[in-house]
Design a protein around this ligand. Structure first.
Ligand code: PEP
Ligand code: MN
Length: 334
């Protein structure tokens, strides 16, 4: 249920109303919007007398929210959320590009790529240390050593880092990681989502290979329900009957998610297409349709990459793409 307050409501009146609502066993989520203050009520709201609430002097309107997602719902928070990702803002007009290799391989590789993507305008560095691979015989990542190298690259360049956590048992190693990625395969690992919801880490939540937009939102709700509101959503392609591309990029997920939620939405054109040649056009499409950012795989030597070389851009290709992205953003914003 949401309660929209009149702009004439004083802070004291608002707090009094919140105490009254909390006394009826519901959680109250306050969103101070540019035009209105919205109180989002979560929990068992069936016993709340809507007519009584609506009749109060300071209340403008009361509505039931029929969707099962509440805290992520734009009705609860009409303005875009701006998320802090290690000091870089994403959402609400702040566009950020995350770039780096699929996996951290060597010191030279990650530090070299970090300097290159920074020079081209990337705001965050990515690199997997724990890799979810289809085959147990493939390179699984450098684990703790990979995180150490990523932190060295962060120190060398000042770029905040994004890296995937696959198992909560490794959480303590992620203390200095700026953004924890929950990968597509863990999107519905509800135990993990609940635990991350009790932390204050910024979470990049990727859409599952075969998950609907509503399921993605429910997973984000798990994190927010625990109190962690620092969530960024990522569309990375879904499974369809098409096999030419690695996945099928659901570009319409961007405007659909922007309608349904206040959380920022970024696009990963690398995992969506699986081919470096297709990454630039999809990245530009994402910027054109209002995405809040991009996550792009960049490798200094894609042919010899230990993971996802075929979809990785070289630093030179990434540099060219960043120039084009900036031009698209200028058009979109003008
Ligand atoms: C990744 O970003 O490295 C990755 C494994 O992505 P996804 O979970 O989207 O497959
Ligand atoms: Mn990858």
């Amino acid at each position: 249920m949401i309660t929209v307050l009149k702009s004439s409501a004083t802070a004291e009146q608002r707090d009094q109303l919140i105490r009254w609502l909390e006394g009826q066993n519901v959680q109250v989520h306050i969103s101070e919007g540019s035009e209105y203050t919205v109180l989002g009520l979560v929990g068992d709201t069936a016993h709340i007398d809507m007519e009584l609430l609506e009749s109060l002097d300071i209340v403008d309107s009361v509505k039931r929210v029929s969707e099962p997602f509440k805290k992520v719902n734009r009705k609860f928070h009409p303005d875009d959320s701006v998320i802090d990702a290690g000091g870089v803002l994403i959402g609400g007009g702040h566009f950020a590009v995350i770039a780096g290799p699929c996996s951290v391989e060597t010191r030279e590789q990650i530090i070299g790529v970090a300097h290159a993507v920074k020079a081209s305008g990337a705001a965050l560095l990515r690199g997997g240390a724990f890799k979810p691979r289809t085959s147990p015989y493939d390179f699984q990542g450098l684990h703790g050593e990979g995180l150490t190298l990523l932190l060295e690259a962060k120190k060398a360049t000042g770029l905040p880092i994004v890296t995937e956590l696959m198992d909560m048992q490794d959480f303590d190693l992620f203390e200095d990681v700026d953004v924890i990625q929950v990968g597509a395969r863990n999107m519905q690992n509800f135990g993990m989502l609940k635990k991350l919801g009790r932390t204050d880490k910024t979470i990049l939540l990727k859409r599952g290979l075969a998950n609907s937009i509503k399921e993605l939102l429910m997973s984000a709700e798990y994190i927010m329900a625990g109190g962690n509101e620092n969530v960024i959503l990522c569309e990375r392609g879904i499974r369809t009957f098409e096999t030419y591309t690695r996945n099928t990029l659901d570009i319409s997920a961007v405007p659909v998610l922007h309608e349904l939620t206040h959380l920022p939405v970024i696009i990963d054109p690398s995992h969506a297409t699986g081919h470096a040649s297709l990454v630039p056009s999809m990245a530009l499409a994402a910027a054109a349709c209002g995405a809040d950012g991009l996550m792009i795989e960049v490798h200094n030597d894609p042919i010899h990459a230990l993971c996802d070389g075929a979809q990785s851009l070289t630093p030179a290709q990434f540099d060219e793409l960043m120039g084009q992205v900036r031009r698209i953003l200028e058009v979109v914003r003008s």
